[in-house]
Design a binder for this molecule. Structure first.
Ligand SMILES: Nc1ncnc2c1ncn2[C@@H]1O[C@H](COP(=O)(O)OP(=O)(O)OP(=O)(O)O)[C@@H](O)[C@H]1O
Length: 256
């Protein structure tokens, strides 16, 4: 919910991203003039047709890429003033296709905590806590990436992000490879985390039924621009579904 009295946790000011093509001063726009504020405890979903710039927006906020123009702030600090590793511990991104880099699930979950030199007992307690929360069976702990299905990998990647307790969690289509029951359970866990720990969630999610049930705010991107920024109560879900379907069909036609 927007509140002028509160300080924004994240702020994007007129952010644009252009492709850099050889022999061109400026390529084509991926994102244009995007400005919005995110407040602690927001649960925001980003929607829009394929190619609208949703993943690019998350990548910018995780500083995997740099904007061509504009600035991004975390709690009033400009991104360039924050060391990248520190930023990514506070603002953590789970991509759609996450890798375990040859580690077992146990190793991958423990690794970010080992880097923080936490005692072995604390590490195992946190691993146990999150696998229980996400209903990850203990027998997965010994498996590597190739021994996991896409949905199982997705769940492990989310557990690995949650284990470091970020302030802002960025998720790119977190439920895309999950069955309906697991997807709904994951959204409930995220909502609980959002409500009890005020963890801010910013996710790309095309599953509108889940968005309608769980998100408190929605950003609608279209053709590299921010079309609307609305709270859940302001959204006409039927209208939104129709306009997304039309935009998706149009985007598909442009590809043919
Ligand atoms: N590194 C890059 N170089 C050139 N073009 C890129 C790059 N990354 C993304 N794009 C282009 O930018 C546009 C937006 O891509 P992006 O992946 O952000 O869209 P999206 O809304 O997440 O799409 P989808 O729903 O299909 O994942 C697309 O046209 C894509 O081809």
């Amino acid at each position: 919910m927007k509140n002028v009295a509160k300080t924004a946790q994240l702020r994007l000011e007129q952010v644009s991203l252009f492709t850099k093509l050889k022999n061109q001063l400026q390529g084509y726009p991926i994102l244009q003039d995007i400005s919005f504020e995110v407040y602690r405890g927001d649960c925001i979903t980003i929607v829009g047709p394929s190619g609208a710039g949703k993943t690019s927006l998350l990548r910018l906020i995780n500083r995997l890429i740099e904007p061509t123009h504009g600035k991004i702030y975390l709690e009033n600090q400009e991104y360039h003033q924050i060391p990248v590793t520190q930023l990514r511990q506070l603002v953590t991104l789970v991509l759609q296709e996450s890798k375990l880099l040859g580690m077992t699930v146990q190793q991958a979950l423990a690794y970010p905590l080992l880097l923080r030199s936490l005692p072995a007992q604390t590490i195992q307690q946190r691993v146990n806590h999150w696998i229980e929360q996400l209903h990850i069976p203990r027998e997965w702990l010994g498996r590597t990436e190739v021994q996991l299905a896409a949905g199982q990998r997705q769940l492990v990647a989310i557990a690995r992000a949650l284990i470091i307790q970020p302030k802002v969690l960025l998720l790119d289509e977190p439920t895309s490879a999950l069955d309906a029951g697991t997807a709904s359970h994951l959204m409930q866990v995220l909502t609980q985390l959002n409500q009890t720990h005020q963890t801010t969630i910013l996710m790309v999610n095309q599953q509108m039924d889940l968005n309608q049930m769980f998100c408190t705010r929605l950003l609608h991107l279209q053709q590299s621009q921010l079309l609307t920024d609305k709270t859940a109560s302001e959204i006409d879900w039927v209208n939104l579904r129709n306009s997304l379907m039309q935009a998706e069909a149009q985007a598909a036609e442009e590809w043919i």
